[in-house]
Design a protein around this ligand. Structure first.
Ligand SMILES: *Cc1c(COP(=O)(O)O)cnc(C)c1O
Length: 429
């Protein structure tokens, strides 16, 4: 007979009541507040079970069949399943499932495709790019020569003509597309054309939207990119971690760039959990989630418009929307704090050509993966938009504002409790 040793909360409560307390409070927070953070979703209990498993103990430096440690038979099986599922789901020649995070995956991709000092063309941070796309505070901006493209001031869409002009002028070794706060589809074919014209590699950083690709709700970058990097914990709904997909010719370079260049031993419990998530992502239920996530984000964007907020680019094709709050007269920072006081988690975000500095910002970013995972649909998005509209207009400096925010918070809790999840953990609380 085989027995599974699963997460034992009783042991944690006995041995470390302080951390047990943190975990109970976090479960309560996730259940009782509204999560509109665009980069988060709720993993399945199956993913959490794999994460809390004994594979966490295993060192498995290297790759299946070529490890630097003994006892790796099960680690090999987990990794082979994860790789096979990723290749099949995304139609990729090769997959590396070891990156610890999206940033680690990008470090490895740079290492596989470019040399320090090489010019790299990527979306500027103020326009939706990620820190790893050339920020001076990050390896990408310190060790490479970043050139930033922007969105057009009128349409707020990527200015492909400018991308091409910059590519011709700077001859980058690497062109990157994919962003953290760009609500529209990206024209991968156009990026491929530009990369081919200047002899650059094309890296698509699909960290945010790979889950929508898996669910067939947006087009796949895989046929166009030399390398696709992504996270597994955003809309894909897996464990925190990263992943790289690439063409066969680049497989060895990518693998060597992950290990031993960028990382040591892989987190095998996370690799097993990635395998679980990738299997789930291949189901019809996941496709329905991905499509509903986009519909919910679109509903949120249009109902927030009715609340006086302007969706950047006029709307969204994806799981997230970026709202310009200048008409409301509230900064992104204030809006984030007011919503938080009402139990709504979202984040401030700069908008293109933002007159405010990033710490203040003129916008907020909202995302639908978490609420969609909970089972909410367009009707709930309408009410959520109304609650956000009310919350951002409450001044917490006044007694009336504070009490209104508390009232909104009660309604938020009532709303989310109609969509319960992680119920099997109830016995613990
Ligand atoms: C989230 C994100 C990353 C980084 O992922 P981490 O797991 O936080 O390191 C990289 N690129 C983009 C575009 C992202 O949105």
């Amino acid at each position: 007979m085989r027995t599974f040793w699963g997460p034992d909360f009783g042991a944690l409560e006995r041995d470390d009541p302080e951390i047990a307390d943190v975990l109970l409070d976090e479960l309560a927070r996730q259940r009782d507040t509204l999560t509109l953070i665009a980069s988060e979703s709720f993993t399945s209990p199956a993913v959490l079970a794999a994460l809390g498993s004994t594979l966490a103990n295993k060192y498995a430096e290297g790759y299946p069949g070529h490890r630097y440690y003994g006892g790796c038979a099960q680690a090999d099986r987990a990794e082979e399943l994860a790789v096979e599922r990723a290749r099949e789901l995304f139609g990729a020649d090769h997959a590396n499932v070891q990156p610890h995070s999206g940033a680690s995956a990008n470090l490895a991709a740079y290492a596989a495709l470019a040399e320090p000092g090489d010019p790299v063309l990527a979306m500027g941070l103020p326009h939706g790019g990620h820190l790893t796309h050339g920020s001076r505070a990050n390896f990408s901006g310190k060790w490479f020569h970043p050139i930033a493209y922007r969105v057009a001031p009128d349409t707020e869409l990527i200015d492909y003509d400018e991308v091409r002009d910059l590519a011709l002028a700077h001859r980058p070794k690497l062109i990157i597309c994919g962003a953290t706060s760009y609500p529209r589809l990206i024209d991968f074919a156009r990026f491929r054309e530009i990369a081919d014209e200047v002899g650059a590699y094309l890296l698509v950083d699909a960290a945010h939207f790979i889950g929508l690709v898996a669910g067939r709700a947006v087009p796949s970058p895989v046929p166009y990119a030399d390398v696709v990097t992504c996270t597994t914990h955003k809309a894909l709904r897996g464990p925190r971690g990263g992943m790289i997909l690439c063409r066969e010719e680049l497989a060895q370079r990518v693998d060597k760039a992950v290990f031993p260049f960028a990382q040591g031993g892989p987190m095998m419990h996370a690799v097993a959990a990635k395998a679980v998530a990738l299997r789930e992502a291949g189901t019809p239920a996941f496709q329905e989630y991905a499509h509903q996530t986009v519909r919910n984000a679109q509903a949120l964007a249009s109902w927030l418009t009715a609340e006086g907020m302007r969706p950047v680019t006029g709307g969204t094709d994806t799981h997230l929307a970026l709202l310009d709050l200048r008409e409301v007269g509230v900064s992104g920072r204030e809006a984030e704090a007011r919503c938080a006081a009402a139990g709504i988690a979202l984040n401030k975000n700069v908008i293109p050509y933002d007159p405010e500095k990033p710490a203040v910002a003129s916008g907020i970013r909202v995302g639908a993966p978490s609420v969609t995972s909970q089972g909410m649909r367009e009707d709930e998005m309408r009410r959520i938009a109304e609650l956000i509209g009310l919350a951002v207009r409450c001044d917490p400096q006044t007694a009336a504002g504070t009490s209104r925010l508390a009232g909104i918070g009660e309604e938020v809790t009532g709303l989310v409790r109609r969509f319960p999840f992680y119920q099997e953990q109830e016995v613990l609380a």
